[in-house]
Structure formats: structure tokens, C-alpha cells
Design a protein around this ligand. Structure first.
Ligand SMILES: C[S@@+](CC[C@H](N)C(=O)[O-])C[C@H]1O[C@@H](n2cnc3c(N)ncnc32)[C@H](O)[C@@H]1O
Length: 200
């Protein structure tokens, strides 16, 4: 879930600068309690349980934070590119995935620094509410453009607070002509949607 500090930085009304993203990690290396919270552990387990395919060739996980979800996605992928705009998070995610030779963690600020190539799995977990509504159609469009012809895109966002609005940010995905909804999970904590790239 969003911590108060990030909430106070008004993620839905303006983009957070790379310095601002890094400052999320200034007082703690785990600002969302990824390593200790049952909510986060359960969400990760449900996220990977909802992946339609057993194995993916190339996965893209932008906004990877300290790499806890990255570690859980790794066994399902031949190659995994995890990125974050906060330098501290990148360093911690690299440490968390040390020894996983097929996982690469890079510093990249969205929407400017999208990776090249295409991916048959894209995971957007607790990321979209960092972008103001007016940026989301464009961001979703460029990210969907990276989805391989047989690719799946998973979006999971908390819906417990007004500012997170999991189901709210997902409406930009439902509106995209290239994304066909496959699976929907909703509970008191979060919303999860799996989309497959439309054929043709
Ligand atoms: C709430 S964490 C999500 C972590 C992980 N995806 C998960 O769900 O376990 C959001 C991460 O997105 C990163 N982030 C937010 N806005 C970004 C942007 N414009 N470019 C790159 N990273 C960004 C933050 O630095 C933070 O580490």
C-alpha cells in the first residue's frame, strides 16, 4: 500500500522526480513493508498464481522497488528486466536478486526510459497511481506497445485508499484497444487484472 509519505507527495496530481522517488527510500529501505507485511506477501502470491502461462520468455517489471516481487516472478521467466526510477531501490533489488543470472535490474525513469524490444509478460504492480490521470493513456499505450503478440499484461494496485484507486487506474487498461481482459480479482485490499494482447 502507499505509505503516507508518498501519499503526501501527491502521486495522482504530478510526476515525482527521480530525487523524489529516491527520497521514498531515505528513512527506510523497505518503505512499503514488502519483506514483513502479510498483505504484500499474499498479493505477490495471488499475482503469480494468476499468471496464465507457466513460463514466459521475457518479462518486464517496471517500478520493481526492492525486488520482492521480482524474486517471485523470476522462476517463471527465462529473462526478466526489472527497473525502478529510485537509485536506492535499484541497488537493493540488485542485491535481492544476486545470483539470478537471468534477472537484470536497471535504473529507468518512466515514461522517458522505456526498454527496447518486446516482452511476453509485463507486470505493473503498484505503479500506475504514481502518474497523473492525464499521463496514463499515453503511458499505457507505450507500455502496451511493448507487449509481444502472445503477451500477457498483469496490473495489480491497492484499492483501499482514495489516492490508490486500484480499480480506477485499471480503467485506462480496460480502455486500451490492444488489451483483452482475461482475469479479474478484487478484494478489500487490491484489484488485479490480467490482459492478453488482442490479435490482429
Ligand atoms: C509501490 S512500489 C511497487 C513495487 C513493486 N512493483 C511491487 O508491487 O512489489 C512503486 C515503485 O515505483 C517506482 N516509481 C514510481 N514512479 C516511477 C517512475 N516515474 N519511473 C520509475 N519508477 C517509478 C518507485 O520508485 C517505487 O519503487
Amino acid at each position: 500500500m502507499m505509505p503516507d509519505a508518498a501519499d503526501a507527495e501527491a502521486p495522482r496530481t504530478g510526476m515525482i522526480s527521480p530525487e523524489g522517488l529516491n527520497s521514498l527510500y531515505a528513512t527506510t529501505q523497505d518503505p512499503w513493508d514488502y519483506t514483513t507485511s502479510w498483505y504484500e506477501l499474499r498479493k505477490r502470491q495471488i499475482t503469480v498464481a494468476c499468471l496464465p502461462e507457466e513460463r514466459y520468455r521475457r518479462c518486464y517489471e517496471p517500478g520493481c522497488s526492492i525486488g520482492e516481487l521480482t524474486k517471485v516472478l523470476a522462476p517463471r521467466c527465462a529473462e526478466l528486466l526489472a527497473t525502478d526510477g529510485a537509485a536506492t531501490a535499484v541497488q537493493l533489488a540488485r542485491e535481492a536478486t544476486q545470483g539470478l543470472g537471468h534477472v537484470r535490474v536497471e535504473h529507468a525513469v518512466l515514461p522517458q526510459e522505456l526498454p527496447g524490444g518486446s516482452f511476453d509478460l509485463i507486470v505493473l504492480s503498484e505503479l500506475l497511481y504514481f502518474f497523473p490521470d492525464e499521463h496514463l493513456p499515453g503511458l499505457v499505450d507505450v507500455i502496451a506497445g511493448r507487449l509481444a503478440s502472445d503477451g500477457d499484461l498483469v496490473a495489480v494496485h491497492c484499492n483501499a485508499m482514495e489516492s490508490c484507486a486500484g480499480a480506477g487506474v485499471h480503467r485506462f487498461l480496460f480502455a486500451h484497444p490492444r488489451l483483452v481482459p482475461l482475469t479479474h480479482h478484487q478484494d478489500e485490499g487490491f484489484a488485479l487484472d490480467v490482459f492478453r494482447r488482442a490479435q490482429g
